[in-house]
Design a protein. Structure first.
Length: 493
């Protein structure tokens, strides 16, 4: 076959189907993978890139980001997608809701979501999509239209928002969430969201396995009581205090409630987000055994795998659920290694210094929640995972194939003929020190400052177009909105 646009020579191609990479070339034509084989003849018109023995990973499908939560969405779409490209991310799925933060407005998604799409259009350096959170009864009614008209196939519940704010205790959730007067964001609402999503799955049976609900599992009442206890005791500070104020059993309890509601509503496609502790994952495993007819997927973030309450940089490491002690970090690695965890994400939420830190700056309860990290997702997993016995193929599954399949991204997830030519080149023996100043993100700090990583993303390709060259973002933004589900090429007529 001739007429290739791009041929990457001398790569070690990583596939979710094989533990070890294989030596091969990658040929691209029309933005899709055309061939993966040794010694491909490029043809006279092809651009040729010599991978020089570097790993070629499928483009990372970072299924958990937050564009526009603390900065204007149009700005985040540009800067945070550039940071994503630095980490080999080629598809970013961002959570979005009405209420304070994001667009700071309520109302129907039929009016709200077109503003979201307009703000991001033409700004991103990677492809992107959105998960939406039904915050009101009206939003539940809109679920079929969101699927059919806007290509949104995944939804979210924030279980702790019923009586706890984004950053701590809150006495006025209605104002924070901008929900209609007289409505409550509580377990009953969560049940009705599940029923609404299941009704949509039944309405669109051909899409049903790619329509899912994700849950942030923490329990508001537990967190509110423990926050008061920690503050009154006064013997803890920083990330240790925040961990104690949102204890792991709060996660476990919420997972259990979510699982039973899924059973009650007959909604089988449930994603348990950013499980941060042994107790949380243990609860998820127990619920999977109790309700085998529910297709639970379990997510962990790279932040919870790399950092703990002593190694992260103070309040800059505040996130929900919190970073945990080292014992929980090691437990998460056990679950990653034994196959319990389905995918790993960044939970990237750029929060600049003037927004992040309160007064005094060392008071963790005054700091905002969340931080960036897409730049370190793939390098961090390779650095920490390979010495622990994690295979390259398993990393490809965790970062690309598994989330792409769950979230209806049929043209993403692997370096294989017919799929989008999304991949990155990784030098796996190239030690470097994490410095916030080197990131394209507008966040001026990172809780990973000073961490040593041994794997580095050097080049990133989006649909065959290089967006990162030798560690530097290049060209103009070419990312597009992904209306999901997108069909695998083999399913097309």
């Amino acid at each position: 076959m001739t007429g290739f646009d791009l041929v990457v020579k001398n790569a070690r191609v990583v596939s979710h189907e094989h533990d070890r990479p294989r030596e091969a070339d990658i040929a691209v034509q029309g933005g899709r993978i055309a061939r993966v084989a040794p010694a491909i003849a490029p043809g006279p018109e092809a651009e040729v890139v010599d991978a020089e023995g570097r790993l070629a990973f499928p483009g990372v499908v970072d299924a958990h980001q937050h564009w526009g939560i603390y900065n204007e969405l149009s700005l985040d779409a540009a800067s945070e997608s550039r940071a994503s490209a630095q980490g080999g991310v080629t598809t970013a799925l961002s959570y979005m809701r009405t209420g304070q933060y994001y667009l700071n407005k309520g109302g129907p998604y039929g009016e709200f979501f077109p503003e979201v799409l307009a703000a991001a259009e033409g700004r991103a350096y990677v492809d992107y999509g959105f998960h939406l959170a039904p915050m009101s009864r009206g939003h539940i009614d809109e679920i079929p239209a969101l699927i059919e008209d806007f290509g949104v196939s995944s939804f979210k519940i924030f279980m702790f928002y019923g009586s706890h704010g984004l950053h701590g205790r809150s006495a006025d959730q209605s104002s924070f969430l901008m929900t209609p007067e007289g409505e409550r964001y509580d377990y009953a609402h969560f049940e009705f969201v599940m029923r609404g999503i299941q009704a949509a799955r039944e309405r669109f049976p051909e899409l049903a396995d790619r329509i899912s609900l994700s849950l942030h599992c923490e329990t508001a009442e537990i967190m509110t009581a423990y926050t008061r206890m920690v503050e009154e005791a006064g013997d803890l500070s920083g990330l240790a205090a925040y961990h104690a104020s949102r204890p792991p059993h709060s996660e476990g309890l919420a997972v259990s409630i979510a699982a039973y509601l899924a059973h009650e509503t007959e909604l089988p496609t449930i994603n348990l987000l950013h499980l941060s502790s042994r107790k949380a994952v243990d609860a998820a495993v127990r619920m999977g055994a109790a309700f085998p007819h529910i297709d639970f997927r379990r997510e962990v973030t790279v932040g919870h795998l790399l950092a703990d309450i002593t190694t992260a940089r103070g309040p800059g490491g505040k996130v929900n659920p919190p970073l945990r002690p080292r014992d929980d970090v090691e437990a998460l690695w056990e679950y990653v290694l034994d196959g319990t965890v389905d995918w790993v994400v960044s939970d990237h939420a750029c929060c600049r210094e003037e927004v992040k830190f309160g007064d005094p700056a060392d008071d963790v309860f005054l700091a905002k929640s969340g931080f960036g990290g897409a730049e370190y997702l793939l390098p961090g997993l390779v650095t920490e995972g390979i010495p622990r016995g994690l295979s390259y193929g398993r990393i490809a599954a965790l970062t690309s194939w598994n989330p792409a399949r769950r979230y209806g991204l049929g043209t993403k997830g692997a370096i294989a003929p017919g799929l989008d030519a999304d991949f990155c080149l990784v030098s796996d023996d190239d030690p470097w020190i994490v410095r916030a100043a080197d990131s394209e993100s507008t966040q001026e700090y990172t809780p990973f400052e000073g961490f040593e990583l041994t794997a580095r993303v050097t080049d990133t390709f989006l649909r065959g177009r290089r967006v990162l060259r030798s560690g530097k973002v290049v060209g103009e933004p070419s990312g597009v909105y992904l209306s999901r589900p997108t069909a695998h090429p083999s399913a097309r007529p």
